[in-house]
Design a protein around this ligand. Structure first.
Ligand code: SF4
Length: 282
């Protein structure tokens, strides 16, 4: 007889507070200010959602020159450099700020460290828009490291202020902090990991005790989806990263009775539901 399959869906799977908020802001702006609503990069890392917003009139831009005077520019949840805000204002563009409050807090902490003459160090991905925006708040003086190996290359400083990308891992922050204690006598650490990212990772830790495999749903461009998959692997769970139910392979599920399911912060509920349905009837 075929064994019943148990699906464990993480409570915080999918859209986070910051993404929901940014989407609501975009939808409202499109209703009221159409057809002049632009977005500074893709609103969220999900192709379906971005295409849907484009159909409703949202235009993604990477250059302020593409926006007419009196146009409306949404700053997405990742935030942007102060220079973007200033240049947009100078061009007569109206800013609709959807920066996530967790990101705004990280920017304020970085700025405060910088103003107090700390060498700012950020744990994160140098190319990620959130990090580019946070770093810009230190007049681009902050050093960005991906982990303790890069932290070991930093020279000594009288004082260091350390923070981390909002989607980072607490273990990574601790490792880098330990390394930086060899570089300074005055280290101040700010845990800037957002609650949603923290809970998502804790849920994987819990699931690791029970499930046979873990499916992480999210766009290939989504950094936090990538991080969730890394967390699954770090706990020794066979982990697969997928964008949709269509990518699930029969061989992954064969003989597996306990499947863990989670999804990145930009993954809509409908995609999670489709994956759940597909696994149920496999
Ligand atoms: S992952 Fe966290 S910091 Fe990023 S948008 Fe969502 S709630 Fe905000």
């Amino acid at each position: 007889m075929k064994k019943k399959r148990k699906i464990q869906l993480a409570r915080h799977a999918g859209f986070c507070f910051g993404v929901r908020r940014a989407l609501k802001i975009a939808e409202n702006s499109l209703t009221r200010k159409k057809p002049t609503v632009f977005c500074w990069g893709e609103l969220i890392h999900n192709a379906c959602v971005v295409q849907d917003l484009e159909k409703k009139g949202l235009r993604v831009v990477k250059d302020l020159k593409a926006i007419p005077r009196c146009g409306h520019l949404i700053i997405r949840s990742h935030g942007a450099a102060p220079e973007v805000f200033n240049a947009a204002k100078k061009r007569g563009i109206n800013i609709i700020d959807a920066t996530c409050p967790f990101v705004r807090k990280a920017q304020a902490i970085a700025r405060d460290f910088y103003q107090k003459n700390y060498q700012v160090v950020i744990v994160g991905d140098k190319q990620h828009p959130e990090i580019i925006g946070i770093r810009a708040n230190t007049k681009n003086t902050a050093i960005v490291v991906s982990g303790e190996k890069e932290a070991a290359q930093i020279k000594n400083f009288p004082r260091i202020g350390l923070l981390i990308q909002t989607t980072g891992k607490i273990e990574l922050l601790k490792e880098v902090a330990a390394k930086l204690l060899e570089k300074t006598k005055n280290l101040t650490v700010a845990n800037t990991i957002c609650l949603n990212s923290f809970f998502k990772k804790e849920e994987i830790k819990e699931m690791a005790k029970d499930v046979n495999i873990l499916l992480v749903i999210g766009d290939r461009k989504s950094n936090n989806t990538k991080k969730l998959a890394e967390v699954g692997l770090s706990y020794g769970i066979k982990t697969y990263r997928i964008e949709s139910a269509a990518e699930i392979q029969n061989a992954w599920l064969k003989g597996k009775t306990k499947i863990g399911l989670t999804a990145g912060a930009s993954t809509p509920d409908v995609l999670i539901k489709q994956v759940e349905e597909k696994i149920k009837f496999f």
